[in-house]
Design a protein around this ligand. Structure first.
Ligand SMILES: Cc1cc2nc3c(=O)[nH]c(=O)nc-3n(C[C@H](O)[C@H](O)[C@H](O)COP(=O)(O)O)c2cc1C
Length: 210
């Protein structure tokens, strides 16, 4: 079990970098991966529909197979776990569960619940698939960032990866039509530090300040 750091969020954030060399003999329990995902699920999402899903891969042979799907990127095989982040393009199917849970928890009255269910059902079912995929991709990015920071807080490292063959992934893991793969997230114990990276200067990224 990783020791939770007492560092500030800012320090954890600054110390996170993409690690591509992992100790292949280091294991993280399935329970700890679940704990990390549970904590990360506090991320915000559009209408709280949480259009993120995960496939947790820890089996050595499966990681080896996944490495070939990820264009032979080593970290997929040597990290302790790979969390594949998928989007739910039919997030409206979660509407009733999400708002009923909030109602049962006492967070809203029945009228608000019914109103929110009707609004969300209308908005998301009428949206084109492309729009729903964009929403799911954006929200999946938010939870992915939380996953990386929580892993770092526990002394682990990660590398977000979009470099893999999505179609092959879908076939290998029998991903249903409802979901689509977005990111692979290897998590493990660093065996070598990340490469240093720079960031664009502030004056390049703030394009207006009024
Ligand atoms: C969406 C996304 C996809 C990425 N895909 C890969 C990848 O396939 N392989 C890889 O080694 N790094 C990948 N990276 C890591 C970036 O190269 C890295 O985050 C960036 O260079 C900044 O470095 P840092 O994360 O160490 O701060 C990806 C990052 C993001 C956000």
């Amino acid at each position: 079990m990783g020791k939770i750091s007492e560092k500030s969020l800012t320090d954890v954030m600054k110390e996170r970098h993409s690690v591509r060399k992992y100790d292949p003999n280091f294991t993280i329990s399935e329970q700890e991966i679940k704990d990390i995902i549970k904590d990360a699920a506090s991320a915000p999402s559009s209408s709280n529909l949480q259009p993120w899903r995960f496939i947790v891969i820890q089996d050595q042979e499966t990681k080896k197979e996944l490495r070939t799907i990820a264009y032979n990127q080593e970290q997929v095989e040597t990290a302790s776990a790979v969390v594949a982040v998928l989007g739910d393009k039919e997030m409206y199917k979660s509407t009733e569960k999400v708002y009923q849970d909030a109602y049962v928890a006492g967070f809203m009255d029945k009228g608000s619940m019914e109103q929110l269910i009707a609004n969300a059902n209308r908005t998301y079912t009428n949206a084109p698939e492309e729009v729903r995929k964009n929403i799911a991709t954006f929200d999946a990015g938010l939870i992915s960032m939380q996953l990386m920071l929580i892993a770092k807080e526990r002394g682990y490292d990660t590398v977000p990866m979009a470099g893999f063959d999505k179609q092959k992934f879908i076939e290998r893991f029998n991903v249903s039509e409802r979901y689509f793969p977005i990111l692979l997230l290897p998590i493990g114990k660093a065996a070598a530090p990340a490469h240093n990276t720079t960031r664009l200067p502030l004056e390049d990224i703030i394009i207006q300040s009024v």
